[in-house]
Design a binder for this molecule. Structure first.
Ligand SMILES: [Zn+2]
Length: 266
């Protein structure tokens, strides 16, 4: 391999290549009876540190994503095959300890009137965010052929945040992406049933947006704040972040942040 290349995450020399997203998210041919969901997978150069330590994280990510109930059939299928095999190799309390805290089973009624058993609990958002940040770095490297140097922020659409502010920010970012999509940005990813993504052009502050979609429905939004980008947010977003009640209009929708409730008005 090209020894001059540096790692996608740090300044060290690359010693191998790393899949972004991790290979284990993509179903194997032995499970899919010949359908290939591993076409043209993306790899980036990686140092020992940023490759070897990640295999646990890769599996964690696969188990977290394949278990989401809104997933498309490819995601559900992956849960029933590879994810279940991985879980059977673990201790009984692995799901509770590592993937979903306060885990319990629940029942939902599907559109065909049948009941389906689902897992409920609190996802490990901190670890999920860390895994997704690595993917964001990897995709940035792949897209722009250089390591991203700066700060990455993210919102995970499939998480129900307990904080009202994050819930509103989530809806706001989703709508913002939808409006920008009308500009016909490229969707990238050769196996869109498993994963696709979309980079947005830098905005007026130099921030670059990225949307990732796993198994058709699980969306994550990222914002890359490069070293050269300006103080990132406009006044409205600044007020929001400081806790002021702020209404932002986007298209025909209004998003109210830090809504006053009788309780916190006192
Ligand atoms: Zn590295």
């Amino acid at each position: 391999m090209d020894t001059a290349q540096k790692c996608y995450m740090c300044e060290r020399q690359a010693t191998s290549r790393e899949h972004v997203p991790p290979l284990c998210l993509f179903p194997e041919m032995k499970d899919t009876k010949g359908i290939n969901f591993r076409k043209d997978l993306i790899t980036v150069p990686s140092c020992d540190l940023h490759n070897s330590k990640k295999s646990d994280d890769d599996e964690f990510l696969m188990l977290s994503f394949s278990g989401l109930i809104k997933n498309n059939p490819v995601g559900s299928f992956h849960q029933l095959t590879k994810a279940n095999r991985a879980l059977r190799r673990k201790n009984k309390d692995f799901l509770e300890k590592e993937i979903l805290r306060n885990h319990k089973y629940g029942k939902i009624q599907t559109t065909d009137g049948k009941f389906r058993i689902i897992s409920l609990g609190n996802p490990n958002v901190k670890r999920l965010s860390s895994c997704l940040k690595h993917i964001a770095y990897g995709l940035f490297y792949h897209e722009f052929k250089e390591r991203f140097d700066g700060e990455i922020r993210m919102i995970l659409e499939f998480i129900e945040y307990s904080d009202d502010y994050f819930q509103t920010l989530k809806k706001f970012l989703k709508r913002k992406c939808e409006l920008e999509n009308e500009l016909n940005l490229d969707l990238k990813g050769s196996n869109p049933e498993v994963f696709y993504y979309q980079f947005h052009k830098p905005d007026e502050f130099g921030l670059i947006g990225l949307k990732m979609v796993f198994y058709g429905t699980a969306e994550a939004y990222f914002s890359f704040m490069g070293k050269d980008s300006k103080e990132p947010f406009n006044l409205g977003l600044k007020l929001m972040a400081d806790g002021f009640n702020t209404v932002i209009e986007l298209g025909e929708d209004k998003f109210e942040f830090n809504k006053k409730t009788p309780a916190n008005n006192v």
